[in-house]
Design a protein around this ligand. Structure first.
Ligand code: ASP
Length: 301
């Protein structure tokens, strides 16, 4: 049976002047994460376990805006969010305003598996995490110089608050044809405390059903307004539109630079970008294995 997987490390205004050091670090992280996905799926792992694991790996990478490496709020703190969805079971879990959980995606999975709810926020989410033994860290664990410099630039001049993306996500279809999606983020640099983006919102930034899985990245407010992930799946499911064409149509209605999506369905893995670039990797059972950053390297809107 075929399988496919795609990961992203965020879309946005990724400058062509990106340092070689950062480019190599991001590509190496994408490569290692994607390889793990290939190994797991070819060994028969379930899509839901794979997307959780791959996103947790990306959360641990300081290069990306999720987990260690998350961006700062305008108060200089970190508020993390994540969501996961099992398209086959139709079940999902999400967390937001997380300040002390090392891997928010692991907590989102526990919300899905072990709570009667879909979404938990703030203190309630964290005390659920503590009760079930999910790893906790101090909020300063998420600090990195890169994101601090980004915040300082944004606070000194809001016109410089251009984020190059770096939210993380994974989508997979396993050998049994089951689809799953997971997304995790620190949000947007300098965001107000309490702001919630698209990533933890099922249907906006994260969605999976029996035929496809989608994870989004970009300007969260725009992705919420367009309910991007569900809109793509609905065009595909109800209208029979190929999933990548549906993604082009939905992202094409958004302002330039809005972001990007990764998708899987029976036709394989896709990346569709309406931005300068998206850190991403795609692999399929037929042997395809690609990583890329700018939008002329692989898929283009
Ligand atoms: N979509 C995320 C948010 O708005 C940010 C990103 O993908 O870069 O929180």
């Amino acid at each position: 049976m075929n399988w496919s997987v795609a990961i992203h490390g965020g879309a946005g205004a990724i400058p062509e002047t990106l340092s070689a050091e950062r480019r190599e670090a991001c590509l190496a992280a994408l490569d290692g994460t994607l390889r793990s996905g290939v190994q797991q799926l070819s060994a028969g792992a379930s899509a839901i376990d794979v997307v959780e694991d791959l996103v947790a790996m990306l959360e641990d990478e300081p290069s990306f805006n999720a987990g260690h490496g998350a961006v700062y709020t305008r108060e200089g703190t970190h508020e993390l969010e994540a969501a996961i969805m099992d398209g086959d079971a139709g079940s999902c879990g999400a967390v937001t305003q997380i300040m002390t959980i090392r891997n928010p995606i692991r907590l989102a999975r526990q919300v899905m598996d072990r709570s009667p709810h879909v979404m938990l926020c703030g203190e309630g989410a964290e005390s659920f995490g503590a009760d079930i033994g999910v790893e906790q860290v101090d909020n300063t664990y998420f600090d990195t110089q890169l994101r601090r410099a980004e915040l300082d630039r944004a606070l000194s001049d809001p016109t410089l608050a251009v984020q190059e993306g770096s939210t993380v996500g994974a989508v997979a279809m396993d050998m049994q044809g089951r689809c799953a999606s997971a997304t995790s983020t620190g949000g947007m640099t300098g965001k107000w405390c309490g702001r919630i983006g698209d990533s933890p919102l099922i249907g906006s930034g994260t969605y999976a059903d029996t035929s496809c899985a989608i994870s989004c990245t970009g300007h969260g407010e725009a992705f919420i307004r367009h309910v991007v992930a569900h809109e793509i799946s609905a065009m595909h499911r109800h209208g029979g539109v190929p999933i990548d064409e549906a993604a082009h149509a939905v992202l094409g209605k958004m302002e330039d630079g809005a972001g990007g999506v990764i998708l899987v369905d029976a036709s394989g893995a896709h990346a569709v970008i309406n931005a300068k670039g998206m850190y991403r990797g795609l692999a399929e059972s037929g042997g395809r294995f690609e990583t890329a950053i700018w939008n002329d390297q692989m898929a283009e809107l």
